[in-house]
Design a protein around this ligand. Sequence first.
Ligand SMILES: [Zn+2]
Length: 295
Amino acid sequence: MADYLVRAIGDGGNVRAFAAVTTDLVEEARRRHDTWPTATAALGRALTGTAMLAATLKDPDESLTLRVAGDGPLRGIICDADEQGQVRGYVNEPHVDLDPTPQGKLNVGGAVGSGMLYVTRQLALQGIYTGSAELVSGEIAEDLAYYLTRSEQTPSAVGIGVRVGPDGAVVAAGGYMLQLLPATPDADRDRLEENLVKLGSVSLAVEQGMTPEEILAAVLSGIDYQILERRDLRFACKCSRERALGAIALLDEKDLAALVEEDRGAELTCHFCNEVYRFSEEEVRRVREGMQRTQ
Ligand SMILES: [Zn+2]
């Protein structure tokens, strides 16, 4: 099953709901960054959360960035997503694998540490807006729910899970996000809460083959709702050879000279996707000569 998310509205517009399966994109991130299990779970949860937060973007130029600035061994997570469902991200220290929690779960909170969470929306009409909130547990889903409730004044429930197999590969990943308007009747709130308890672990649900539509049906059981959109998701980066060469062209003459004369070429690694771009001495020389001509 390819990754995608669904977006729905329920209870006469009082409830907004999102559900996603992200197994392939999280596995792609793990493979590219060579993350170890605790880092895989942290990055996978952040990627899934970013994909769901970005599901309300409407214009092809719009994007959303999630920054988890924790003081734990991961040294921070950065993810972004656009309106087309292209998601990318990285952790600053991919080789983190902590002992499991007493409940036998991956210790994502310990790997993230304490600090702040930032969400930046780059919108076509309203411009750039950044909101922030303290991390409450470092477990990502809880932190996102707290951020949405406090900073964006939208009471929210978020569940995100990543299951890592014994060989370190991602077995299942996915999540849901539920947002309630103040007018939601108490009876419906109670019902939704019961639904979430009943659903339990979302990663287990995905591992058992539940689709985003089925996760949504479980989350919204007993509530009238309507699916508004289905959006494909994939790990994709905006970097390219041209952009990397453009970054080299921004170096000053001294650094360019050193690349040509000492390094005999240049190598650039994209943080977001770990793609390595290599340029020969000749290519760097041409960039340098082009610069000299324009000076
Ligand atoms: Zn890249």
